[in-house]
Design a protein around this ligand. Structure first.
Ligand code: NAP
Length: 237
């Protein structure tokens, strides 16, 4: 019940891991605001979540992020889920294509932290999103690996710089969310089965399982500068 009456903001809260984090936080009694680019997705999420605030924000737009947080007096915990998979081999793509990965995960997180930090009390937290690709990069997705590593390293570096605000990261492995529908379409279940067979837990994580790690990081005030891996041990095989 440590989140009861707390103000929780989820940037990228309209679907997937962010949505599940918003749902668990609201269930624990928090006052939740979800942000994202699509008003339709935010509305659909609100229809399912019930009493949450929404704000249409692109995390790469510094002014929009600042404006959204300026409207809030107090924020206890922020989770930044916004970010996406950017593929392509380094020799095959234009820099602007690759830049998008860092615009959202690194600089977008900077926009959020610069806008929110003055409103977060001692012991409050920001949780960033890294990923399996930090420890287990694959050819053809180098920039996503750089971006997830940046988020994870930012949690360590900012834990010492922004103290007593706590900064952590969650590093998901393959997780069944709408992100993969956009990438695999109808081939999604087949791809998931192939991956599941290789990893120690023999299954993909659910978005709720990743979200519960985020909630844990919000609630445990002894933890800062930490990265929690929810990858089923995938980085060891
Ligand atoms: N699913 C996995 O297997 C996996 C594995 C490792 C890491 N991750 C990372 O975990 C995070 C969440 O993943 P997910 O699978 O839940 O993703 P998802 O289903 O694609 O959801 C992403 C959420 O972020 C929002 N969003 C995306 N770009 C945004 C932007 N520029 N500004 C504001 N909001 C934005 C989306 O809404 P709008 O599109 O409306 O903006 C949506 O609400 C991502 O950073 C992802 O890269 C996921």
């Amino acid at each position: 019940m440590q989140l009861a009456e707390k103000q929780v903001v989820v940037v990228g809260g309209s679907q997937g891991i962010g949505y599940e984090t918003a749902r668990l936080a609201a269930q624990a009694g928090a006052k939740v605001t979800i942000m994202g680019r699509s008003p339709e997705k935010l509305q659909a999420a609100r229809d399912r979540l019930g009493e949450v605030q929404t704000a249409v924000v692109d995390i790469t737009d510094a002014a929009a992020v600042h404006q959204a947080f300026a409207a809030m007096q107090h924020v206890d915990h922020v989770y930044i889920a916004a970010g996406s998979f950017v593929g392509g081999k380094i020799l095959d793509g234009a820099v602007d294509h690759f830049r998008a990965a860092l615009e959202s995960r690194l600089w977008g997180s900077v926009h959020v932290i610069q806008s929110a930090a003055s409103k977060i009390p001692a012991g409050g937290s920001v949780t960033l999103t890294g990923g399996l690709s930090t420890d287990r990069p694959v050819a053809g997705a180098w920039v996503t690996a750089v971006a997830t590593a940046a988020a994870e390293q930012m949690s360590r570096a900012l834990a010492v710089e922004l103290s007593p605000i706590r900064i952590n990261a969650v590093a998901p492995g393959w997780t069944d969310t709408p992100m993969w529908d956009a990438i695999f379409g109808e081939a999604k279940q087949g791809a998931f089965q192939e991956v599941a067979a290789k990893i120690p837990t023999g299954r993909l994580a659910t978005a709720e399982e990743v979200a519960s790690a985020v909630i844990f990081l919000m609630c445990n005030s002894a933890i800062t500068g930490e990265v929690i891996h929810t990858d089923g041990g995938h980085r060891y095989v």
